[in-house]
Design a protein around this ligand. Structure first.
Ligand code: NAD
Ligand code: TYD
Length: 339
């Protein structure tokens, strides 16, 4: 079995590479990643010498490069994690989101059609469903909830999902799509809420909470996302969408306070800053389908996952300090200055 994992130098793709190489000792994993600001070879350092792992630096939207890799590797399965993934950056500069998330997905599927594969899996997000109101805790996203996007990021991911479904219907490409809630865990780029708050708290820097901090996210430990994708690519029904989430809703303020408590830091570090434009209020996944059809359940409770994550950031300071002391510094200053 040979699997092409795109975006494997990023947060979830990197965790998936480690998960699959550990779980299957007869699978070859081929990583294809453009190494944008979010891609980090240090994440893949532990597997670079594994004979069952290979890395290609390539852009999924570069047709020639992608075809060349498919021609050479002839994968059985493709799992597409590669994407521009940060909502705030999509507000600053939408066009790269269309380029990678939509056109890149199209190129990958064309390669799958040309060279033939057993499965193309699109890693999507619950953000394609838009948001839910805070005063309706009875509502959840199901796979039939209409797509209703808020940010250029979520709009680009929804567009890609529609394209994937069209390739299935028109060309009979054997596809599956998963829509997961917010992930957290090791190798998470420090621009995102949880790692940003851990890093800032460790430096006694202000913790910038958008608006009132009342927005709700449904947090899932990254390894549980990996186990769900593993099940879908092996047992999921072709043409289907599977929601992934563990019923673990928290307001941003709750998350930030938990992190401060774990690190024994003062809540005075919290700074309320100008809200994100178009900020989605609440995400909440109904995971009934993946549970009943494939038997998937998350293994890690938030209370344990957040402790493990904080410990990972404490034990792997060089990994994230290299990032925050590099080009990311400029982004941080631009994005948070005067907010
Ligand atoms: P990330 O930003 O940490 O990593 C993205 C990776 O893709 C990086 O390694 C980057 O170099 C690579 N990449 C970007 N553009 C590329 C291109 N044109 N060609 C090849 N590689 C490219 O993202 P993440 O948080 O790991 O998210 C991975 C996937 O999961 C994305 O598709 C995202 O939409 C989806 N997702 C993320 C979350 C979450 O909470 N982070 C939740 C649900 C779904
Ligand atoms: P983020 O990690 O960017 O994920 P997403 O927007 O895709 O859910 O943000 C999670 C939540 O945290 C979101 O409601 C925005 C909020 N947030 C802050 O309050 N401050 C910050 O500095 C960041 C990056 C996010």
């Amino acid at each position: 079995m040979k699997i092409i994992v795109t975006g494997g130098a990023g947060f979830i793709g990197g965790n998936f590479v480690h998960y699959m190489l550990n779980k299957y000792n007869d699978y070859d994993i081929i990583c294809l990643d453009a190494l944008t600001y979010a891609g980090n070879m240090e994440t893949l350092e532990p597997v670079m010498h594994n004979p069952r792992f290979k890395f290609y630096k390539a852009d999924i939207a570069d047709r020639n490069a992608v075809y060349e890799i498919f021609e050479k590797e002839k994968p059985n399965i493709v799992v597409n994690f590669a994407a521009e993934s940060h909502v705030d950056r999509s507000i600053d500069n939408p066009s790269i989101f269309l380029q990678t998330n939509v056109l890149g997905t199209g190129v990958l599927m064309d390669a799958c059609r040309k060279y033939g594969i057993d499965r193309y899996h699109q890693v999507s997000t619950d953000e394609v469903y838009g948001d839910l109101p805070l005063d309706r805790p009875d509502l959840f996203f199901t796979e039939t909830t209409p797509l209703h996007t808020s940010s250029p990021y979520s709009a680009s991911k929804a567009s890609a999902d529609l394209l994937v479904q069209a390739y299935h219907r028109t060309f009979k490409l054997p596809v599956t799509i998963s829509r997961c809630s917010n992930n957290y865990g090791p190798y998470h780029f420090p621009e995102k809420l949880i790692p940003l708050m851990i890093a800032n708290a460790l430096y006694d820097k202000e913790l910038p909470v958008y608006g009132k901090g009342e927005n709700v996210r449904d947090w899932l430990y990254v390894e549980d996302h990996c186990s769900a994708i593993d099940l879908i690519i092996h047992k999921g029904r072709v043409g289907e969408v599977y929601n992934i989430g563990g019923h673990n809703e928290k307001t941003n303020l709750e998350v930030v306070k938990i992190i401060l408590k774990e690190l024994n830091k003062s809540e005075n570090l919290i700074k309320y800053v100008t809200d994100r434009p178009g900020h989605d209020m609440r995400y909440a996944i109904d995971p009934t389908k993946i549970h009943t059809e494939l038997g998937w359940l998350p293994a890690t409770k938030f209370e344990d996952g957040i402790k493990k994550t904080i410990k990972w950031y404490l034990d792997n300071k060089t990994w994230w300090q290299n990032i925050i002391n590099g080009e990311y510094k400029n982004y941080y200053e631009r994005h948070y200055k005067g907010r």
